[in-house]
Write a protein that binds this ligand. Structure first.
Ligand code: IVH
Length: 673
């Protein structure tokens, strides 16, 4: 019996290690997370039943049970070096020229170009192929022993593959993917815990946990790019071979590494990666060039702490200092007042930033941003710029904390802030020009009534002239009226009238979404439409009835009921009907089968409950299409764990993103008969 158990345990361990390898090194997983978890469960159960079979390198032992009092010190046998930085192409050319001079060489040299990962450097030592010790870089001479923590990182194998050298020290970077970082902070925020400012700090904070169980719960990953101590095998003659060796031993290496020819090859790589930087699933702050030939590396040697044969070519900083000129308040569709800082224009990661949202008054007070302050502005990738912090040392005398205005800056109605809410709102409703404008913009947007060509500038003019007050007024506009507006020729006016006309035939979910009811996004609009089947039935329903809709809680139900209780809103709906806007009733929730028809989904990352094929099948059974890439036409993006660039792209486009739970709820709701 025990023989059988021992055999099964060995088999499970091998299978799990193989899956880790496929996932982290080959980036080509064979099984779903659920299947992986099942294997781990089985292994855990067997080890519990046969404690003698437990070994230190079992994947179940990745998490050690007890927190420690402090980290031990580790002296690096081979010092962990740092890199010199290049900030311009000239700097890189200078680096290449110096190498030529020192080596007395002409002609182009081969370099290996690698992304410069923004995490923290670690050394991991394997003896006889088994992970023995992991350490941080520290000051390069002495680091901290983080073995228990590094063991919890699935990307770091417990055992090397194939024939491993007697002693092998791999060096690389531990980092957190952007998706992992976002998920972790979301969780922390939900629990009211501290959030990390960026993935680098999050990775560092996670690795340096005295309780490795905390590290285990953090989505850390790793790429390797170097070696330290090596015994029982010859050192690779080239950096490119070193990377092959790492990979063949089962250690993950960035798929972006490349051998390039000459300094021009380096610079081409820099531009190419720079262009793709924001779609990479992790943060990089530059690229690293390493002379390929090890013999040449050895001849060049080091200067202080950095090798002469490698350099980091940094991307332009994504943080800059500037001064806050003014702070104003913008009024949104639901009356929400958003403080916006107007800045002394400043160039950050490729664009000039002159204004930045401060989100809400609590945020302003938390960061204590004041007019006249010098602030740090960050723009990471394509993310909207933000104020990171105030440089208090540079605060001029006489500044005042920002106060919430008592009256709306647009319509002068009273501003109210509900108890416990961060958001303050203008109470003007439809009498407020800003709210009218934003409501119209939302109504006409692509995912709502989809009126092509009705842009912000036009809406602004129409509202300004009082030609349009409510969405219904759009349908009585004439070509002549439109042609009078700035930047409107006869032809484009006619086109817009045609687009408005086309939007008359719409769907109930689009209408519900377009009305701009608070907290009712696309998914909720669809759920409401499916549940009630017609607008009449929804309008007749009270809060309790609305709460029956799957995923609709008391807050959303209250907003929906309040919306339809308003005389103004009822009049707008009547006027829309009178203007010939129509939305067919939906088949009752149970009669469907093609309830998601016309919707396009993109699935990214790994789902725990099903394979991608199963998810696709489930969607097609409900009439939806599944696409491979994210575009403006995508209706929903389903993000599983480790979702990467597609998720980033979805955020960029402002598409609705469903996490796995929301996705499962949607499938349940839209179940075919
Ligand atoms: S090589 C002698 N390669 O950058 C070689 N470092 O600024 C020394 N880093 O401490 C390091 N990506 O934490 C190397 N592909 C890469 C890297 C990389 C990120 C970090 C590493 C190092 C720091 C130096």
């Amino acid at each position: 019996m025990t023989d059988a158990a021992a055999a099964r345990v060995a088999q499970l361990r091998a299978e799990i290690a193989q899956h880790d390898y496929r996932y982290y090194v080959l980036d080509d997983p064979l099984v779903s997370d659920a299947e992986y978890d099942r294997l781990m469960q089985e292994l855990r159960a067997l080890e519990a039943a046969h404690p003698a079979l437990v070994s230190a390198d079992s994947p179940t032992q990745r998490v050690s049970g007890t927190p420690r009092a402090g980290f031990g010190e580790v002296v690096h046998q081979v010092p962990m070096l740092s890199l010199d930085n290049a900030f311009s192409e000239d700097d890189v050319r200078g680096f290449d020229r110096r190498i030529h001079e020192r080596l007395g060489r002409s002609g182009e040299l081969d370099y290996v170009a690698e992304p410069k990962l923004d995490g923290l450097a670690v050394s991991v030592i394997y003896r006889a192929g088994r992970l023995e010790r992991a350490a941080t870089r520290g000051d390069g001479i002495t680091g901290e022993d983080v073995t228990a923590n590094v063991r919890t990182i699935r990307a770091v194998p417990q055992r090397l593959r194939g024939t491993s050298p007697a002693t092998f020290e791999a060096r690389g970077e531990v980092f957190m993917t952007l998706a992992g970082f976002a998920r972790m902070n979301e969780l922390a925020r939900a629990r009211g815990e501290k959030v990390f400012v960026n993935p680098r700090n999050a990775a560092a904070g996670s690795l340096r946990q005295l309780d490795a169980r905390i590290t285990a719960a953090r989505p850390l990953s790793a790429f390797f790019y170097g070696i330290g101590v090596l015994e029982g095998a010859a050192a690779p003659a080239r950096q490119r071979e070193l990377l092959y060796l790492l990979r063949s031993l089962g250690l993950p290496v960035s798929p972006e590494t490349r051998t390039v020819r000459g300094v021009e090859g380096c610079l081409e790589y820099y531009r190419e990666i720079g262009a793709r930087r924001s779609s990479l699933p992790y943060q990089i702050d530059g690229v690293v060039y390493k002379l390929d030939s090890r013999a040449d590396q050895d001849r060049l040697g080091f200067i202080s702490r950095a090798p002469r044969w490698a350099i980091a070519h940094k991307f332009p900083p994504d943080e800059a200092f500037t001064v806050v000129r003014d702070i104003g308040f913008q009024v949104g569709r639901t009356g929400a007042l958003t403080p916006v800082a107007r800045l002394e224009p400043v160039f950050v990661s490729g664009v000039t930033v002159s204004s930045v949202t401060l989100h809400n008054i609590d945020e302003v007070h938390r960061k204590d941003v004041r007019v006249g302050d010098t602030v740090v502005v960050r723009r990471a990738g394509d993310v909207i710029p933000e104020v990171v912090s105030v440089v208090l040392d540079k605060r001029p005398p006489g500044t005042q904390p920002l106060e919430l205005p008592e009256r709306c800056p647009v319509c002068h109605s009273q501003v109210l802030r509900a108890a416990g809410e961060a958001v303050a709102r203008c109470t003007g409703g439809f009498t407020c020009r800003a709210q009218r404008q934003e409501s119209l913009r939302h109504f006409a947007s692509r995912r709502a009534l989809d009126i092509e060509g009705l842009g912000d500038k036009l809406i602004e003019q129409l509202v300004e002239r009082d030609a349009v007050r409510t969405p219904a007024d759009l349908y009585s506009l004439t070509t002549a009226q439109l042609a009078e507006l700035d930047r409107m020729a006869e032809k484009s006016a006619a086109n817009l009238i045609a687009a408005i006309d086309r939007s008359r035939r719409t769907t109930l979910p689009r209408l519900l979404y377009g009305l701009g009811i608070r907290e009712v996004g696309e998914a909720t609009a669809l759920a409401l439409a499916r549940h009630f089947g017609s607008l009449e039935r929804l309008m007749e329903s009270d809060e309790t009835a609305i709460q029956q809709v799957p995923d609709v809680g008391p807050v959303v139900a209250a907003h929906v009921a309040a919306f339809f209780a308003s005389e103004d809103h009822r009049r707008v709906i009547e006027a829309l009907r009178a203007q010939g806007v129509s939305w067919p009733d939906m088949p009752a929730a149970s009669a469907g089968g093609h309830s998601l028809s016309g919707r396009t989904f993109v699935i990214t990352g790994t789902l725990a409950a099903m394979t991608r094929e199963q998810a696709q099948e489930a969607l097609s059974a409900r009439g939806a299409k599944v696409a491979a890439s994210v575009s403006k036409k995508t209706s929903f993006v389903v993000a599983g764990s480790e979702a990467g660039s597609k998720l980033a792209r979805a955020r960029e486009l402002g598409l609705p993103v469903l996490d796995e739970q929301e996705f499962l709820a949607l499938l349940e709701r839209e179940k075919p008969p």
